[in-house]
Design a binder for this molecule. Structure first.
Ligand code: ZN
Ligand code: ZN
Length: 270
């Protein structure tokens, strides 16, 4: 889970890591990117790529590796001085000139093997404030208005856009919502307002907040891939109407939802 940057005046942050191998449960390793996000329009930077997991299956960096950005090779540097081997790629300013999502993969030029466990490298999209969605009568924010804005602001080349906000969201027929998504669309939003222990008058618990946020981020993103609510209370796609239900589910899809997700267009670009 990347850091969530959602201050009072910031509505938006894209979420990365939702498509890492651990969720698909196939390969036994995950790809890590450092940094995991950068601001759009910044200068070029060095992207560190590494793999975690079982040493039998996790790829070990080699000098023949080439890091690819949306399938195109980028200058890649291999170092193995004293510590573990390290792979870095030069990402140029033009690569990150506009907000969006980039797909990172690694090609072994010796063997032709592509380590295609895709991590989505995320560039934040800024939307100034959420005042446009404020309902003074309810003192909450209309998630439908937020979604409409996200749809308009979604970069053309972005697969999905997930907003994380501190604002308390509602739809007209419900007291509140933890999040809202376009079913089979591109935009989704998650609210942290009712995920914090402080909301219940309890001491803050950042780890628990991240777990809850990740579950709801998965849930709403699952909707954008066309997944509907799941009867398995432990599945991220189960409906949560209270915090207890969120705490009871896992930050993962059940086997049936994961299988459905893999069949969805755009869900398996690997
Ligand atoms: Zn739902
Ligand atoms: Zn499920």
């Amino acid at each position: 889970m990347p850091p969530i940057r959602a201050g009072a005046s910031t509505l938006i942050f894209l979420c990365s890591g939702l498509f890492s191998s651990s969720l698909f449960g196939q390969s036994g390793y995950t790809m890590n990117l450092n940094p995991a996000t950068v601001p759009a329009g910044g200068s070029g930077f060095s992207l560190d790529v590494s793999f975690n997991g079982n040493s039998q299956v996790a790829p070990q960096p080699k000098s023949s590796w080439i890091v690819r950005w949306n399938g195109s090779p980028r200058p890649t540097h291999f170092t193995q001085s004293n510590g573990p081997a390290d792979i870095k790629a030069d990402i140029s300013a033009s690569d990150i000139a506009t907000p969006g999502i980039a797909e990172i993969s690694v090609l072994d030029s010796d063997t032709g093997q592509v380590y295609s466990i895709t991590r989505w490298f995320v560039v934040p999209v800024d939307i100034n404030g959420a005042d446009f969605a404020y309902d003074a009568g309810r003192r909450q924010y209309a998630s439908i208005a937020v979604l409409e804005t996200l749809v308009r602001r979604c970069p053309d080349d972005a697969l999905k856009l997930l907003a994380v906000t501190e604002r308390d969201l509602f739809i007209p027929v419900l007291t509140f919502v933890y999040g809202h998504a376009q079913l089979g669309g591109r935009a989704a939003v998650v609210s942290l307002a009712r995920l914090r222990q402080e909301f219940f008058g309890l001491p803050g618990n950042p780890g628990l907040l991240v777990q809850r946020a990740l579950k709801e981020a998965l849930h709403e993103t699952g909707h954008t891939f066309g997944l509907v609510h799941c009867a398995d209370g432990g599945c991220a796609m189960s409906l949560s109407t209270n915090i207890r239900q969120i705490d009871l589910k896992r930050a993962a899809f059940c086997a049936a939802c994961a299988a459905r997700l893999r069949r969805r267009p755009g869900a398996a670009r690997t």
